[in-house]
Design a protein around this ligand. Sequence first.
Ligand SMILES: *[C@@H]1O[C@H](CO)[C@@H](O)[C@H](O)[C@H]1NC(C)=O
Length: 319
Amino acid sequence: MSDSSVDLSKAVGFEFDPQEVSWNKRDLIVYALGIGAKKDDLSLVYELHPSFTPFPTYPAVLGYKGTDHDTNVYAERASLKSAPGLPKFDPNRGIHAYQTLEVLKPLPTVSGPGWKLKRRLTTVQENKSGIIVEAEILLVSPDGTPYAKIYSAGFNLGAKAHGTKFAKSIGGPPKAPAIPQREPDYVFQDQTTPEQAAIYRLSGDYNPLHIDPRIGQKTGFGGVILHGLSTYGFGARALVNTIGGGDPNALKYIGVRFTSPVIPGDALETRAWDVGPAPSSAGEGLREIAFETKVVKTGKVVLGSGHAYVKKAAGGAKL
Ligand SMILES: *[C@@H]1O[C@H](CO)[C@@H](O)[C@H](O)[C@H]1NC(C)=O
């Protein structure tokens, strides 16, 4: 490749134009159902419930949703993410590699106008199989207060820039702890439904891969696959339900690697280990958690290198 506009070091630090985003209670309920909330999880699915609250990972969908209330065209959304210095990526060979979210302040249930996502590229790495690009995304309120900090990384299979090893980073999430060599402290089983992806996409990620079986077949998965960020939400709910005593606001940070896809209808099992106190910079009295989520039927890990900071419910029963 002798395209002189390609210079990976130029991409690192690039700031995109801020993206306006908005949400309302209905969006929060649709999202909660997309990540597997059940009819009895009234604080997530019933807007008149006295403890109705946004699920803390909700900001992860806002880059797909923007301010839309209707469906959007996925291909148009995705093309907005190119940056100077990066080669052209094949959208069909992009893989969501990892995702983290840190809660800085609890979200209001209705945004109103003026909220924005501020996105900058913090890490670019090239190796023999492709290029990985990590973005840091801040959700900020109209007065500029940050509410959530996200890192999201995509691996672009087959992409080439310099054709040599390259790595530059000016930021990134905390390093995930290793999974201890002992039985987990918490185990949570859950069921995705055959309609899980059809519901999840209503939160803003209308990639046809998750609804059109003809596209799903071409990918070699034999049909549609669930959105990685829906599985992410299932992992987050598992930690809230086991460690946080069912209080969504107990979850302050969650990061995962997407290691294998989930087929809508798969049963999932999340295994979590309390590995000690979380760094005090993360908040008062939080526990540091290592976890992974598997498909029950195949035993395949779908969320790997799981890492979270969670406020443990008083008297919360360990296994
Ligand atoms: C390149 O990086 C990706 C993403 O971290 C990884 O999955 C892949 O195994 C790496 N390939 C090589 C050849 O190192």
